[in-house]
Write a protein that binds this ligand. Structure first.
Ligand code: FAD
Length: 417
């Protein structure tokens, strides 16, 4: 078995793990980020880069380079409820310049971040390396066992971070207690070409039967349909025709292009989950991102929360990791900082699943809406827009780089060649 030692071992090369690895390596520490896949390619993952993440990239000096990567930009998110068009989100109400949301395939974003990480000698990304369990000695976690293409690997470190997502293998190797908040829905994701007649960019269509999401990806739509949890198998038995009819009933403008779905292989099931650990740590081990708190796709904030966790963790960990020992009180401090915004957002997501992103749709408006209701909506819209832009775009506690992270450690910086 091959064995390596680093300052911090991170299991999982998603947004949380890669961002934490980059930040710690920038502070001059050695990190091993283990990613079980051979690349970052995942279909239909969180592809939203929120204004607060764009601000962070600015703090890292990467904003311009990031915005040069191919991406789509969104400033407003509309919803059509029973044919009534609403404008609940306007990121333009956030302070400039980070007053927009970027849509970028998650694999491009992670490739971009990892490329930046590689400019620090302490950043070691091990692809095709799967963490299989924790190594414990003297009552604390001292590293991770993993498999890599050539065999077994042991990574030893004063701190292990589990950022291996909501099906975390490392979390399963602990006795930490998970609270499952229970969500009554799953989401089907599928890609659709744009029809000839397209309405203004719209995030969601709702009526009394369903909710259909249409995320504008330039040449196509990343489309989603909210279904009752566990009902996908029944839908499949009822055939693709029934599925196409259901989508077209809620978002009629898609009817001309639904014929492009000819096989259930084109429709991916996201089992929606909202859960969180009661405690995110034990001696020598910290869990962050979805591994600590799986977020529902409601409001598309999972990536942002994973990144904010990574920043809060890096801010707190640089000094103790430089000293070679991380007391569990530091890990408790990271949880104490991140738990409140996570709890608030998960409550909001749960409410969304009770009100509108729920099985059988969430129609709340008559069609056509009577004039007094239209006036009320128009009067409330600016307030809703301001609140939604803040809560969705920046989160309840946006994190910033602390003093130890602001400047890369000069002696660690690789020369430009
Ligand atoms: C279909 C779908 C759509 C979503 N849509 C959105 C959206 O629009 N906007 C949004 O913000 N969020 C969305 N989310 C949620 C978002 O993707 C997650 O909240 C976010 O990616 C969490 O980041 P993470 O780094 O904690 O975990 P993940 O992104 O899950 O990353 C975990 C990584 O660990 C790797 N891994 C797993 N096990 C191991 C192991 N044992 N060893 C090594 N590596 C391992 C995985 O391959 C993965 O790369 C969506 C999620 C899904 C599934």
């Amino acid at each position: 078995m091959r064995s390596i030692s680093v300052d911090c071992c991170i299991a999982g090369g998603g947004p949380a793990g890669v961002m934490l690895g980059v930040l710690l390596a920038r502070a001059g520490l050695s990190v091993a980020v283990l990613e079980k896949h051979g690349d970052f390619f995942r279909d239909f993952r969180g592809d939203t880069i929120h204004p607060s993440t764009i601000t962070l990239l600015g703090e890292l000096g990467l904003r311009q380079e990031f915005l040069r990567q191919p991406h789509d930009t969104i400033t407003t998110l509309d919803a059509v409820v029973n044919g009534n068009r609403l404008h609940p989100v306007d990121f333009g109400r956030l302070p400039a310049p980070d007053d927009f949301l970027v849509l970028m395939p998650q694999w491009d974003f992670l490739t971009f971040l990892a490329a930046h990480g590689r400019s620090y000698p302490g950043f070691n990304l091990h692809m095709q390396t799967e963490a299989t369990g924790l190594i414990r000695e003297g009552g604390r976690v001292v590293g991770v066992r993993a498999t890599e293409p050539d065999g077994e690997l042991e990574v030893r470190a004063p701190l292990t971070v589990a950022a291996d997502g909501r099906a975390s293998a490392l979390r399963a190797d602990t006795e930490l207690v998970v609270d499952d908040l229970g969500v009554p829905v799953d989401v089907l994701w599928f890609s659709l070409p744009k029809p000839k007649e397209i309405p203004p960019s719209t995030l969601a269509y709702l009526d009394e039967t369903s909710m259909v999401l249409t995320i504008d990806r330039g040449t196509n739509y990343q489309a989603g349909m909210v279904i009752r949890k566990g009902s996908f198998d029944v839908m499949k038995q009822n055939g693709l025709d029934g599925f196409r009819r259901a989508v077209a009933a809620t978002a009629p403008f898609l009817a001309p292009v639904l014929g492009s779905i000819t096989d259930w292989q084109q429709v991916k099931l996201l089992t929606v989950q909202i859960d969180r650990l009661q405690r995110w740590h034990e001696p020598g081990l910290l869990l962050i991102g979805d591994a600590a708190h799986a977020m529902s796709p409601a409001f598309g904030v999972g990536v942002n929360y994973a990144i904010q966790d990574a920043v809060a963790a890096a801010n707190a960990l640089v000094a103790p990791l430089r000293s070679g020992a991380v007391d569990e009180s530091v890990l408790a401090g990271i949880q104490a900082r991140r738990m409140p915004p996570v709890v608030r957002m998960q409550k909001l997501q749960k409410r969304a699943h009770e009100l509108f992103a729920k099985p059988g749709g969430g129609a709340v408006l008559p069609n056509p809406a009577p004039a007094p209701l239209r006036w009320l909506i128009a009067a409330a819209t600016p307030f809703v827009q301001r609140y939604a832009a803040r809560v969705i775009g920046r989160g309840f506690r946006p994190e910033h780089l602390g003093p130890a992270l602001r400047e890369p450690q000069a002696e660690w910086r690789r020369s430009a060649d």
